[in-house]
Structures are given as C-alpha cells and as structure tokens.
Design a protein around this ligand. Structure first.
Ligand code: BMA
Length: 853
C-alpha cells in the first residue's frame, strides 16, 4: 500500500455565499491541517483572538463560507492500482469535496474520518481537490430549524445541539466563542490492491493474581476475496524481543494465543509498571510479498467498574478495579487544550500528561464538550499509567434524536471506539456530560420509563445514550459503558450510587468548602473552584497596562463564568481579608482555590476505607487545563503554568498522606438553657496509604499557639492499612481551652501533623497543617520567615507558622519550575523546594498576613 500525504501546497479563500454574497476571493497559501482563524492570524488579517476584546472581532469567520484547494500529481503506478482512495481524517465540519470538478462527498460531522473511493477519477497529472466549507453557524441553524427547533441547554447557543462539531466552539463558561473551519486533520491518498481494514484485539488477564495472559485477534480486509492471503503476526515487547510469532495465519481465522506469564500486566501508576507490547501484522499474498502492515500497541490489564453494596452506608460503590486492585482515582477533567486544535504542537499533550504525573494524578476524564482526543494524549496516558475516562461528545444539552443525525452518531461512535479501545488507559466510556442532569432540571427525565423507546419522548437522546451507544461499545470493545457523567441512583445527583458532579461549591447552593465531606459521592467526577492564573499569563491577554485590574473590561472578558465576581467574592470575603490590586487578587484567589480543592481531595480520599468501604473512590477536579489564557477553574493555565492548587492537590495524592479535621462541639448544660454551655474544639487525625502493602508509621502532632508561641507535641505509632485510609486519633485540640460563652475567642492554634515511615524515621514523608478558620479572623504574627536560595533549591524555615507561601522569581524574570507551592511552614520543620531554572536568583514571595494585602 502506498500512502501519500496531501498536506502541502494548499490555498484558501473566503468565497461568496448566501449570507455574504459580495466577497472577493483572495487566495493565500497554507498547509494543512489548519483552520481559517489560524491562517488569517498568521497572515496578519485578524488580530490575535485571545487578546483584549479581539474574540469579538473575528465572529464573522464562522458565518462565512471558505474554500481550501490544492493541485497534485500522482505516480502512474499508483493511479493504476486496484484501489485509489482519498482518506480525510477530519473535516471541520460542513464540507463539500470536489475532485477534478466533480463532487465526491459532503460531510457534516467533524468527528468522522472519510475514506472515499476515487478510482478512475484520479489522473497522473494536475488533480484538483477542493474543500468547500459552509458556515458552521448557518448550517447548524439550518439543521436546528429543520429538525425540531431550539432546545434547552447550558453554555453556548442552541444550534450547537444539532451539530456534530466540538461543542466548546460555541463558547463555554471557560472558553471563547471560536467556531473553527477547515481540514483539522490530515488528508492522504492511499493506493493498494488489498489492505488490512480492521484488527480487533481482545486480551485478557486471568488467575487470582491476574498474571495469566491471553490474546485473541480477528482481522478484516478491504476486499472480501481474501482467500489467497495470509498474515504474519508477531508480538514483541518494548525492547523488540519476539514473544510469539506465526507466519501463515489464515485471514479469516481468529488468532488465539495463550501467553501465560510470558507478558506482564499493565498497571495504573503507583501500582506497578506499564509494559507495552507491539502486535505487528503483515498481510502477504501467496508469493510472500508484503502488501500491507499495521502495528498495534497492546497491553494486558483487566479493568472493571465495581458497583457493590457498601458496609454501613446506603447505595453502592463506584470503584475502578484494575488487575484486582481497587484504585482511588485522584485526577482531573480535560478540556481541549486550545480553541484552535490544529495549533496544539506535537509534544504539548505529553507535556500535559507530564504535569499530571508531577501532580501525582492517576486519572484524566476527556470531557464530552470537546473532541475525541489526539492519539498523543492517549499514548502518553498508556505509557504513564494514567487511566482515561472517555465521554462521548455531547454536553449540557437536551440533544435531538432523529434518524439522519443518529446515523452519523453511530458512525462516529464506531470510529471512536475502534480507535480508542486499544489503549489500555481507556477504562470507561460515558454517554455524555450532564445531559441527564439537564433533562432532570427541566423535568423531562422519567426514570420510570424503561421502555427502550425514547425517540418520541421528551428526552429523545436517551435513545443515543441508552440504546445506540451501549450497543456500539458492547459490540466493538470490552470497555465499561456508563450512560452519562454523572449518572446513577434516583437521579444524577444521588450521592450514594454512580458518579456525581459536585457543584454545590461555586454553583448551586454555594456551600463552604468545609462541607466537602457531606457533599461526597461514590465517585466525584467533577467539582471545582476558580483561581487566577500566573501573572505572566494575565499579561499575555493584554498589552494595555491600564486594564490590569480584576474588574476591567478585558479582565472580565477573560472570565466566562456566570456571576464570577459574586462567587469569587463570596468565597474570598467569607475567608480572607484581601485587596483588589491585580497581584493581590491573583494571590488570594489562588490561595482560596488551593484551600478549597485540596480539602476535597483530603476529605474524599479519607472515605476510601478499604474493601467494601470504598465510600468515595474518585475525585476528578474540574479542570486541569484551559483552551486560552483566562481565569477559570483550571489548576494549570493555557501555558501549562500550574496554579498553587496544583501543588496542594499533588500533596493530597502522594502515596502516603496525613490529614486533620477540627470542629467546635457545643454541649448545653441541660435542655432548658441556651446561655449555659461548653464549646470544645475537637479534632480527628488520619493517614492514607495508596500502596498495596501495610506500612508502619509514626505521626507527630504538634500545636503552636499564634498568640503565645506555646507548643505541645504528641506522637502516635500506627500501621496504615494497604490501599485505604486509617484513622489514627481523635480528641480535643491540644491546649485549646473550653469556652463557655461566644465572646471567648478560641486560641489561634495551628496543628501540624508530620508522618514518618518507621523504616525512614528522619524524613518527613507527609505533612499537613490545620489552621483555625476562617482566616479572616486571624492576626498573623511576624513569622521570622527565612528563605535561602542555593542554586536551584530554596530552603525555608520559620520561627512561627506560615500559611500559603507562594514563591516566584524576583523581578518577574523567566519562571522557575517549582516542586511545591502554597506551602505551610512550621517552626523546626525545614522545607526544601526545588526550583529548576532559578539558578541562584532572588525570589519574591507572599503568604497570608504578610502585610502586602
Ligand atoms: C461542569 C462541566 C462544564 C462546565 C463546568 C463549570 O458542569 O461539565 O460544562 O464548564 O461545570 O461550570
């Protein structure tokens, strides 16, 4: 088979259309994959859409028609092959394709690839290929008008529900309205006599230790008369060593290999290695000539979602079990890494996965309002043991369901499942994002209707999520299917069954984050809090210094969330004394986000208590990334700059952690009185161990009174149970007096817990400081903070506790890569932070109560 990419020598132009009849064509060169905005920006014809208010200057692009065209020659030998195909890997979105003046296809689904038979139409010289893209906005509106009209949704405009195009392009509560147009993936000319069309690989791990491997594979060719062909199939390990091989395997026969212990199991990170194998398949004719070859990556793992009754609590678990190990999934939600997908350079997905790894995360949810992602992302997850939760591409809407659309969705799902099923990282498919939640919110979800016949119901897309998609997933893969995220129980917000999106912090009832434990679910696949990005990122979105304040028109345009000022202020005012200059606002929103999100991971991981007690088995923050420079819930910004919360979450996801909660307990003298009572401040101490072995530890608990500098210490020896949390102690906060009326102010006591492994008693393995909250009441003493820079290392000590220390390179020079941020310091507990690239430069810093607020 010969593959010729057709990526160079393209030209594009706007062309006249029904909606813009007077356009003068102006052809400009480009190469593909690309999109119109990207090219116009490159040509200097539009300003950078990410800057200032420019987003609004480029909205006309999506309402215009565009043509991309190229001319190419083909080898005579290729023209004469039995098959001549054009393979379009992705066209965004409404495209009429003409070859040498003849229409060969029209497309309306950006998630599909198209193989078009052009035998007899391709010439050796001067072929003309033209892609005429119609305005996505107008086409979506047309489909909407013809098929049922506007339907309810959250985010964007209603015509998006009728368009199989990445939904976030319509604008989201973190993203600009940027509806791209163009060939967003490669185009190839493929010529061949016969070709391997599909390889289905099913592997399994059995045995008590999940160490007995089997592999089965079946093969489909492009032509049915395959009798005269055989396959040579070889399984190799990463070093190229052959594990099994067969020379003349008949195409129509299923390959079955009992591999026993000859291959090793793939584990999520933290639980074992990620051995990857290659299955090389060569298609040969009877003379032994190789006609086609495909190499598929294979890994061996068992992946299940366990939903079982739980000890002492209602409902059922929702826990991922990989090779028999039940894994607490601490991870993130993923949105597309750019509004312009074709601008994501090779390596960028890997850089994101590297960040997940630095953050000790083990799961990524590819959210349904974006795209089935690039191979590089899944490959990096495979290689690093990051589990992937994959949504189908529907989000926050009451989607229509009609035969023409469903046909396209079916093809899309088949292609997506075929592509993604070979990735060991992919462990779940979910039908959509929040479409049941939306249907419930408008009263159209009827859980009593299980007829299977939903096309004419008030929630017609149930047909897609409950009939169409599960059939495709089941037929084409062994991957678990979940109807939606969230889904399960009496409704999609049921805290005892399935997964939930916990948005009652920030959205909803706007709870304080101290309530995360009560807000838990069996698996929390979304929750979040906004925080500003790094100052460098803020400065990227405008050159106008006069706009660098949080309430400026340009700052506001770079935060797309409804009511964000009110919500940020609610959480800031309730907790911090703060000011509004941009550096302070960055610092305080970041610390607020960090406090809020790290508390969720801490409290929910505590609820992963061992087999049969996996009360919460996952926490995926909304969201790891951004698609442009902005203020959002992201824990790292568009430029991959981690926000402080990235580090505090990372601390909560280490193999060993320690946690504290504290609360006032009020007891009245008897039931007749309101005035006579006692308030005791009680605390609880626990530790977590995600390794599969029990571990002996020592936990040192130390208190420090910020007023008196009085200290007290307690030591606990404990064995942490494997892969679960272990309660260590509960009791009154040491040295906190009992109060008998509300005018008595509790002593400002900071409690620090340090965890040491008994096998390494000199190294602090985990630490956590519990401060009296809310912080707004505290008068922070001068802490005697000492910061010593030694090359790429920063050594931190203090005389009194420090809260929320954020470091940066002094003078705003090139940033360093920090190993930790948002640090809490405690006297006598020196901390060292690595700062790659700091190279001995001075650092600036902020902490709570540092006098700069
Ligand atoms: C969730 C997501 C997104 C949204 C986020 C923040 O519901 O699924 O739709 O961006 O909330 O509002």
């Amino acid at each position: 088979m010969l593959k010729s990419p057709l990526l160079e020598n393209w030209e594009f132009s706007q062309v006249s259309s029904e909606h813009s009849p007077d356009v003068h064509e102006s052809w400009n060169p480009c190469s593909i994959p690309t999109s119109v905005h990207v090219e116009l920006k490159r040509l200097g014809k539009i300003p950078d859409p990410y800057k200032d208010l420019n987003e609004w200057k480029v909205q006309w692009i999506q309402e215009a028609d565009w043509v991309f065209k190229t001319q190419f020659d083909v080898d005579e030998a290729q023209v004469n092959q039995k098959h001549v195909d054009l393979l379009f890997e992705g066209l965004d979105t409404y495209c009429t394709i003409t070859l040498n003046g003849k229409e060969i296809a029209t497309t309306d689904n950006m998630f599909l690839s198209h193989r078009i038979d052009v035998k007899g139409m391709i010439k050796a010289k001067s072929n003309q290929l033209e892609l005429h893209f119609k305005s996505p906005w107008h086409e979506a509106s047309k489909a909407e008008a013809e098929n049922g009209g506007p339907k309810p949704l959250w985010n964007g405009a209603s015509n998006r529900l009728y368009s199989r195009k990445a939904q976030y392009g319509w604008g989201w509560d973190w993203g600009p309205v940027m509806m791209t147009v163009g060939p967003w993936k490669a185009i190839n000319l493929e010529t061949y006599d016969i070709r391997l069309d599909e390889i289905r690989i099913d592997d399994s791990l059995t045995g008590e230790a999940y160490d007995h491997a089997k592999l089965a594979a079946s093969f489909t060719l492009s032509d049915t008369d395959a009798e005269a062909h055989q396959l040579e199939i070889t399984l190799k390990d990463a070093s190229g060593q052959t594990i099994r091989t067969v020379r003349d395997h008949p195409v129509s026969e299923k390959l079955r290999w009992d591999l026993g212990k000859d291959v090793k199991a793939w584990y999520p990170r933290g639980y074992g290695d990620q051995p990857l194998y290659d299955l090389e398949v060569q298609l040969k004719n009877s003379g032994g000539d190789v006609l086609d070859r495909i190499t598929k990556r294979v890994a061996f793992r068992s992946a299940k979602v366990i939903q079982e009754p739980l000890e002492g609590q209602e409902g059922t678990s929702f826990v991922f079990e990989i090779n028999g190990i039940r894994v607490f999934c601490g991870g993130s939600n993923w949105i597309p890494a750019d509004s312009f997908l074709t601008e994501i350079e090779p390596g960028r997905y890997r850089a994101w996965v590297d960040l997940l790894i630095r953050g000790n995360q083990n799961m990524l949810r590819v959210w349904g309002g974006g795209v089935y992602e690039a191979e590089e992302l899944y490959d990096a997850c495979d290689e690093n043991g990051i589990l992937v939760w994959q949504d189908f591409m529907f989000g926050c809407g009451l989607y229509p369901s009609y035969p023409k659309l469903n046909e396209s969705i079916k093809l899309e799902a088949e292609q997506a499942v075929r592509r993604l099923r070979d990735h060991p990282s992919v462990v779940i498919f979910a039908g959509n994002n929040e479409d049941y939640a939306l249907a419930e919110s408008i009263g159209v979800m009827d859980y009593k209707d299980n007829s299977g016949d939903y096309m004419n119901s008030k929630f017609p897309a149930r047909h897609v999520y409950e009939v169409l998609l599960p059939e495709v997933v089941d037929r084409l893969s062994n991957i678990f299917y979940h109807r939606s995220s969230p889904y399960g129980g009496k409704d999609s917000s049921d805290q005892t069954v399935g997964d939930i999106h916990q948005w009652n912090v920030w959205h909803g009832t706007q709870e304080p984050w101290s309530n995360w434990d009560k807000l838990a679910g069996r698996f929390v696949s979304e929750f979040g809090m906004q925080g500003y990005p790094n100052i460098r990122t803020v400065k990227e979105w405008t050159d106008d210094k006069s706009q660098l304040f949080p309430q400026s028109r340009i700052s506001v345009n770079h935060n797309k969330a409804d009511g964000f000022e009110r919500r940020l202020e609610l959480y800031l005012m309730e907790n911090f004394r703060h000011s509004f200059d941009i550096p302070s606002y960055i610092y305080y929103t970041q610390i607020m986000q960090s406090e809020c999100l790290s508390a969720a991971y801490r409290l929910w991981r505590r609820s992963f208590k061992g087999r049969g007690r996996e009360y919460t088995a996952g926490a995926l923050v909304w969201q790891i990334n951004d698609c442009w420079p902005c203020v959002s819930w992201a824990i790292a910004d568009y430029y991959l700059r981690p926000k402080p919360t990235f580090f505090t979450i990372a601390r909560e996801l280490r193999t060993y952690t320690v946690g504290i909660t504290r609360k006032d307990v009020k007891t009245h003298r008897d039931s007749s009185t309101s005035a006579f009572f006692e308030i005791k401040e009680e605390m609880e101490l626990w530790a977590c161990n995600s390794s599969v072995n029990p571990i002996d530890v020592e936990v040192v608990l130390e208190t420090f009174n910020l007023n008196t500098s009085q200290r007290e210490q307690k030591t606990f020896n404990a064995q942490l149970q494997p892969n679960a949390s272990t309660e260590i102690w509960s009791g009154p906060v040491p040295s906190q007096p009992i109060r008998t009326d509300h005018s008595q102010i509790p002593e400002p006591i900071v409690i620090q817990a340090r965890l040491y492994l008994s096998s390494a008693p000199d190294k602090v393995e985990a630490r956590y400081s519990s401060w009296p909250e809310p912080y707004k009441y505290l008068t922070f003493p001068e802490p005697g903070l000492k910061i010593t820079v030694k090359g790429d290392e920063v050594v931190l000590t203090c005389e009194k506790p420090v809260k929320g220390l954020v470091l940066d390179v002094k003078g705003g020079g090139d940033e360093a890569i920090w190993s930790d941020q948002a640090l809490d310091l405690f006297p006598g507990d020196e901390q060292k932070v690595e700062a790659k690239g700091l190279g001995g430069r001075d650092v600036t810093f902020r902490y709570l109560g540092d006098g700069s607020a």
